[in-house]
Design a protein around this ligand. Sequence first.
Ligand code: FS2
Ligand code: SF4
Length: 522
Amino acid sequence: MFCFQCQQTAGGSACINTGVCGKQPSTSNLQDELVCELIKLAELSKNENKHSAVADRLIIDGLFTTLTNVNFDDNAIKEFMGRVKNEQNKISRSEAEKIQVIDLWDGDTDIVSLRSTLLFGLKGMAAYAHHAMNLGYTDNEVLKWFYKGLCEVNREHSVTEWIELIMEFGQVNFKCMELLDKANTESFGNPVPTRVNVDIKKGPFIVVSGHDLNDLSQLLEQTEKTGVNVYTHCEMLPAHGYPELNKYHNLAGNFGTAWQSQQTEFENIPAPVLFTTNCLMPPRPSYKDRIYTTSVVGYDGMVHISCTRAGKKDFTPIIKHAQKLGGYEHDRSMSGINGGHMLTTGFGHSAVLSQAGKIIDAINAGHVKHIFLVGGCDGAHPGRNYYTEFVKQTPMDTLVLTLACGKYRFNDLDLGEIDGIPRILDMGQCNDSYSAIKVALALADAFHCSINDLPLTLVLSWYEQKAVCILLTLLSLGVRNMYIGPTLPAFMSETVVKYLVENYKLNPITAPEQDMDAILKR
Ligand code: FS2
Ligand code: SF4
């Protein structure tokens, strides 16, 4: 096996014996094989100059299947590959057999680095397209670019051509993020600021993890009259802000913190857990029988809930399991990572921009001197406490926008308010990065300047491939002076890093006080 797609890759270079994430060599090789079959499907469809709805779905779900912490089930991957080959056969088996696919990880270091950057970006964008598609939203330009991107991964290019392709991809991914935002907000309403309880009520409950709001919506509908409460976990927390999800009285609160703590957090709870997407970790025997997967998520031996008809799912098995376990006998007091008992979410672009006048006034009056976007993934890397310390050190006259699971390191801190605006604003999941970009663009518009001239700094934490596609979008929008950590991607060669540092002033994080100092002096 060879895999270096995520931040926790072995020795900061590559997993070659077994994945730090728990991915076995057989699974890793099957995932690479699946990517190659998707490339063939893209090449065949491109030759035909048309793509079927079935091929679209296979390419999007297939790429998502290979994202970090999504699918560990060899049989499920083989079965999926069979479906890809059937689709190839519908176009032409003989043509499919003639297509030579490049060795993804072989060649000149810089070229492998750039090829991997595009491929991992495509994997991330597949996650966004998948969620939008689940809600019935597609965009032809985005769909077509999956085919183009996979075909380009299979071609030789000069460094300049790769960079052009990657920047073009960043722009397309921005469209995909916009599409997902439209899908979520048109389906469930614009998020509104919402206080979320982290305590657990007595009685049966289900914990839902991952990012898919459509799955959560169906689960809430099916549990509504069963006496089973539903608690969000990790990246599902922002669901509370959506009016059409929050209307369910049994959406009772949030359980636990970010994904990397699941093996201890799930150990003793008297409830089953549903994983709608990443980040699934290999479960401990003590709770393996309580984990349910759906959609692209898979793990050998876990119950998988499939679609029955037209995107509908039957969650009866997990609901019955919750009733059988019965939950806690009494209300249970829990607390967040820093000891807080309530979390606030729901500051999507609509909520923040409804306060735009207030924020602009506060900036003009000197009450808000700087805005930080401290966002991205969490993970087990010890250097990730940088983000907690960084937020703790933000001066009182600054705002902190945040999103994705990295926020659990500081989202229960009470940092107070400025002119009635909370100093920490949770904009949502990693999938809602569009919101942050939209707010930055609106502020730049209001101040008649570019994003780079705003008193705004992006301090990003990355872990998996969605962070890669977001970074590429930010670079394609010309955003400079970003900070990134906890380490630089192993798949970025020295030349690529040098290019990003020189052309985009991308800064690897150092120490919170040192970076804070440099940012505020700029
Ligand atoms: Fe967090 Fe994991 Fe959101 Fe990433 S829950 S690191 O894959 O998707 O962000
Ligand atoms: Fe290693 Fe990350 Fe790949 Fe897992 S996804 S095998 S941890 S690089």
